[in-house]
Design a protein around this ligand. Sequence first.
Ligand SMILES: C[S@@+](CC[C@H](N)C(=O)[O-])C[C@H]1O[C@@H](n2cnc3c(N)ncnc32)[C@H](O)[C@@H]1O
Length: 448
Amino acid sequence: MSDYQLRNTVLNLLLRIDKDNGFSNLVIDSELKSGRVNPKDEGLLTEVVYGTIQRKLTLDYYIDSFVDSKKKLDDWVKMLLRMSIYQMVFLDKVPDHAIINEAVEIAKKRGHKGTASFVNGVLRNIQRKGVPDTAEIKNAAKRIAIETSHPEWLVERWTAAYGLETTKEMCLTNLNRKSVSIRVQPLKITRNEAMKALSEQGFEIRESVFSDQGIIIDKGNILKSDLFNDGFVTIQDQSSMLVAEMLNVEKEMHVLDACSAPGGKVTHIAEKMKNTGKIHAYDLHQKKVKLIDKKAADLQLSIIDAKAVDARLLQEEHEEESFDRIVVDAPCSGLGVLKGKPEIKYHKKESDINRLATIQLDILESVAPLLKKEGLLIYSTCTVDPQENEGVVNKFLDRNSNFSIDGRFFEELPSEIKSSPGITAAGLQLFPQTHETDGFFLTRFIKN
Ligand SMILES: C[S@@+](CC[C@H](N)C(=O)[O-])C[C@H]1O[C@@H](n2cnc3c(N)ncnc32)[C@H](O)[C@@H]1O
């Protein structure tokens, strides 16, 4: 693949992610798996696609200061400018003149001579004058929003909840690439055995403190390893591993996972139960239920019964007090996973949060009667938002006096996390900047 073809592919991927609301990680993975991209170019392709999405608002701020606001740009022209400026400003692998020449070539082929000279003019101007200084933006929230490419409403919302410094740190951390962590399937391999095998294959790895099944990968592509392809390990963020760790399951228990797809946590729970007992795993979408079945089959776990049912209607499926443990890993705004799925920050609206908080509470209330007395219920989300997290927990407690937060939850947390800044009476909010994880919330209720 020539440099020109590589840049054209990057542009196509970016347009696809933008137009179809596609998840960047899925779109990139499928392109890399297609075999069309030369392995030596994989790093640059991934970096430019992610980086351009991560920095979209910053890049648009730069473009706006060089382009007349009345000029209407085609989507592809704007995206071509964004990806070119991203490389010129934030990467130093390719010289500016080569980036500009290739952008002009693409513009010539996709548009006409006029488009090419417009693209050339904007990029040469930026090369000559440099990008505008964001320090001149007086309003602090607006400045963080532009500098870290987060929508202003989100910066204001986080600032109100966690303060300006924490918000700034969180927004900056969200610009970093996501670290990969994996979980071993302990019925097939021990963590030590997996670590030894990975080290021998040249991976740089560390033990996770979140789970005795967890391994952090500092270097190496796990998707290409036999351990992954043969179902000895699965990819899971360390924060998500806490759910099964804190659920305290035992062999032969009866467990409900109300929002289960694609099956990351439910398979971990099945491993903890040593593939004995029964887990009922639900998800709203039939298509996604297939993903749970596939993950369970890959990991050779047979106790998971997956079915498409709206979790708000589970009282029609099961009798009261029939489960020892319940997990509600609720649909949420996903604002904790912006490192890996940066496009989420542009698609989410503040009004989505009200709607999601209602669904989260409805699901909790629907499954609450199904839990046995003294049973444990974990509520978790992959978001950083006080309304969806502590807010939903407190509303649930107000309306369900037979439930309380299980105080042992805080004692049982891994020692490295016990004094985490995100601990409140309602549970544990993990921030992306604190423990090398996604932003994640979890808490444990006990039924009295
Ligand atoms: C955070 S994800 C769950 C991730 C999963 N627990 C895992 O570890 O792989 C939330 C899931 O809830 C599902 N969902 C959304 N609304 C639902 C509902 N009313 N009932 C059941 N599942 C729902 C979504 O389809 C999505 O797969």
